[in-house]
Design a protein around this ligand. Sequence first.
Ligand code: NAI
Ligand code: MG
Length: 337
Amino acid sequence: MNRITRFNIAVVKGDGIGPEVIDSAILVLDRLGFRAKYHVAEAGYACYQNHGTPLPDETIEIIKNCDASLFGAVTTPAHIAEYPSAIVQLRQRLNLYANLRPFKTYPGIGRYGDESVHILLFRENTEDLYIGLGWRHEDQAYNLRRISEAASRRILRMAFEHGVENKLSVTVVHKANVIKPSDVLFLETAHKVAVEYPEVKWQAEIVDSLCMKLVLYPDRYQVIVAPNFHGDILSDLLAGVVGSLGLCPSANIGEECSLFEPVHGSAPDIAGQKKANPIGAILSAKLMLEHLGDSELAKRLDQAVSRVIQSAVLTPDLGGTATTQEVTNAVISRLED
Ligand code: NAI
Ligand code: MG
């Protein structure tokens, strides 16, 4: 009998539409022939209500002991002051320092469907305003922002490396003209890293100006690298460019662990209504396959998704009437095409 690799995959479905889209992704992986044992772990608001914490230590342990993990989405209530976001905590505690987010247009989908947009965003994932240090004083509120040279260099090198390997230009995002000294440090580090990659064509862009340019000419950009907060906002802008948050996947990469999740949140406005677009989660599973070294399965999955989108089996966020299950079944039926 052939020995078939069987991966151990941690699964954190989370809240809202998280479980709906992750169930779709796992069904598609099964039908694709991906051999895995899934280890379900809890995180998020329901977990907090049941166990008093949004991120149990056990969940961290399960993820650490697996080959990779799939994550849906979690609800983070804004009204509970001391409540930390489970996904931000996960990224920090597992040192998942790079958040890679590919944004790609499909013909006929979204306002830029006729343009060929293919952007890979590298978002720093461990620091910036997300370190959770802040305080209130009378009627004022303050936050501390940390940008370190080491974390900046790490994400910048990853982006420039990708630029060299794929002959792509790199755009470094900052607001060093105003947010001093933290964005100055990020930009200075970019200049140092760029010297290591003389073949790469690169430019620095101020974040707000870049937002306008991405709306006007998204096809001019290839690799974008940003500190955490700028990267968060650019992600949703780029999701709008490609037509829906529901289409966008991401990979959180660290030295020891990796976690794959759709870019979107728990979408409480559509949870339980069968309207969630599962493509972001399914493409996150594709990124996981690539990371685990199975590029053949990843390619088949990617092609199946493209064909489904072209065949106009679409959820309501893309103007269609298909349910989560119908899109999932359509992807499964295209896996063998
Ligand atoms: P969201 O991403 O959940 O939703 C934004 C809009 O996009 C909503 O109208 C929603 O219906 C739509 N949408 C999102 N994903 C979709 C999908 N797969 N298919 C169709 N439509 C989709 O962001 P929002 O509303 O800002 O946050 C809701 C909750 O999610 C909050 O508690 C927030 O903290 C949390 N959140 C969690 C994230 C994570 O777990 N990684 C990321 C972003 C937000
Ligand atoms: Mg966001």
